[in-house]
Design a protein around this ligand. Structure first.
Ligand code: ATP
Ligand code: MG
Length: 238
């Protein structure tokens, strides 16, 4: 029985859903599930994509709100349920962990990492997701899958953390992949796809630097490489 996960992986909502169309799965969903099923010895976090960002935006949930909290969480749970179900069909003992009922901010973010770790030790593949979480004095706020990934890696120190997203890595203004990024000043923001209430690519870079971890950012074409231990795309570390 393994005590430490081989990896922590965040799969972007931009891979799993069509971010330009509310509550729509992406045609790539099954291919992603298939790849994970060949190496399920890790912790999975997924983004909300179009099962969360539009709902959160409508109610300003990212700025703190009571309204829209249940609606957003219900939507992203639909995506989570579908992912868990499809992993089970591929014989992966995936198990959902909903941050809305297992995390809080007061004001720092607290997550039940021991429960997740134990779940893994017992042979399950925990599947978490971006969500709304109860926040002292504000009702609910959004926790991005990016922040969750960084918290889990900070705690579990797998040495193999990654974000699979819609681009092949962090791109510069000429749209070339940046090999390594060590500070937020090096980041050049580009607007390439649909709505994201939690800050898109910049949020990933920021979370990694803030939590002082190391992580890869890469595209769907490199998912198998990452799962087999390689370090594709952009390396982010302080
Ligand atoms: N320098 C950059 N390089 C690459 N992408 C960038 C850059 N600047 C901004 N982006 C945007 O960041 C997006 C990727 O982040 P986004 O949060 O939308 O995806 P995700 O994390 O996969 O989805 P979700 O938040 O739903 O999980 C890209 O599609 C692009 O629009
Ligand atoms: Mg995002």
């Amino acid at each position: 029985m393994k005590s430490r996960p081989d990896y922590v992986l965040k799969i972007g909502g931009s891979i799993l859903t069509d971010k330009t169309s509310k509550e729509t799965f992406s045609p790539q969903l099954d291919a992603v599930i298939q790849k994970i099923s060949r190496n399920p010895d890790g912790i999975i976090v997924h983004g909300a994509g179009s099962f969360g960002h539009p709902h959160a935006k409508e109610h300003n949930l990212h700025k703190g709100s009571r309204e829209g909290a249940l609606e957003t969480s219900t939507a992203v749970k639909k995506l989570n349920n579908e992912i868990v179900k499809r992993l089970h069909k591929k014989d992966v003992e995936a198990y959902p962990v909903h941050p809305s009922s297992s995390a809080l901010r007061r004001p720092q973010t607290e997550m039940m990492t021991r429960q997740i770790q134990q779940m893994y030790t017992e042979g399950f593949t925990p599947v978490l997701h971006g969500d709304g979480i109860v926040t002292e004095g504000q009702g609910f706020t959004v926790i991005s899958g990016d922040e969750i990934l960084a918290i889990l890696e900070r705690k579990m120190q797998t040495g193999h953390a990654g974000f699979c997203t819609s681009e092949k890595g962090v791109l510069n203004s000429e749209r070339k992949i940046v090999n390594e990024i060590n500070s937020l000043e090096e980041f050049e923001g580009l607007k390439l796809t649909g709505d994201d209430v939690t800050g898109g690519m910049e949020n990933k870079v920021q979370e990694v630097l803030e939590k002082d971890i190391k992580a890869q950012i890469f595209g769907a074409e490199a998912l198998e490489d990452f799962l087999s231990g390689e370090k594709p795309g952009t390396t982010v570390k302080k």
